[in-house]
Write a protein that binds this ligand. Sequence first.
Ligand code: ATP
Length: 370
Amino acid sequence: MNEAGEASDATVPAANAPANTPVVSIRGLCKQFGVVRAVEALDLDVMPGELLALLGPSGCGKTTTLRLLAGFEHPDAGTIRLGGEVVSGAETFVAPERRNMGVVFQDFALFPHLTVAQNLGYGVRDRALRAKRVAEMLDLIRLNDAKDRRPFELSGGQQQRVALGRALAPDPALVLLDEPFSNLDAALRMRMRADVRDILKAAGATAVLVTHDQEEALTLADRVAVMNEGRLVQVDVPAELYAHPLDPFVATFVGDADLLPGVSNGTDVETVIGRLRAPGAPQGQVDVVVRPEQVKVWLDGNGIGVVLGIEYFGHDQLVEIGLPDGSRARSRLGSARDLVAGDRVSLAVTGDALAFPAPQRSSESSLTST
Ligand code: ATP
């Protein structure tokens, strides 16, 4: 489908490659706008049936990567292969409508004058197949009862399911989803995550989703590709990203985490809240990654921490604690509201912590090995 939502004959077949061939294979992809390096030397593979999330802060290059994949932008360098065939490269550029991709846009971009069934059938070129595919999509997105309604007669969640069904109907090699939940309110967004994942999995689709919301990426995707300043920083399954972030950026962007400065002997790190276990930590000045669920905190008139604020969520709460060296740590506590801002507290960290070199600090104190 092209940017205007029109379909055309595809050159990239849906299933023309063996199962171990990546559906998408990107190598050395670069795109610059003036002085802004939006995408730099990006390498990425997406395997058949995989749901991959491109995650990163605003301006990190996620949308540009998606647009390069779709063929809405020409790369400055690098290649993009779809099903093993080059679609963007030094001498090749396959137009968007010939890439056999389905796109789900942020605003869904449904045709307002067409019914649900007509929207679903729009991209299916083969007339003989159209009715069958529309029926299959109506089942898949559970909107059989609404097939004759037009988009304005649907809820936001239903509109999103139609947008997804419309993208899937031509049986594309790849589905691209650009911040697909940004138009939905918070409660609906959470419900739709599972729905969208279920629909994509039931269709056996390969998909790339762009999001700046780490929770969305972790709950939805099989693998998450974290981007920062145009570069791909780490690609892994959600649990590995969370447990073994490659750098402090990933550690603090994927899940909640605070960095405490300290001095490491390779096994333990001396910090303002005491000695923390960090097996395998680099020696010398480090930043220790401390996740709120690791931090225990209790009221103590002689404690070194001061409660700065509390975010109360009902089922739990996030307590922010100021420390004497100016650093901060957060602790995730149950719902009992026994701390208030200004309370003096003690802290302890449970389990092992991760540590990264802290190159900016120069003065280095020593820590004796135990
Ligand atoms: P967001 O989550 O805010 O959409 P993003 O990660 O998707 O951000 P991109 O939209 O890919 O980021 O933008 C990457 C960088 O390239 C940004 O600095 C952006 O301002 C710049 N950029 C993107 N498109 C253009 C364009 N057409 N012209 C000039 N600069 C652009």
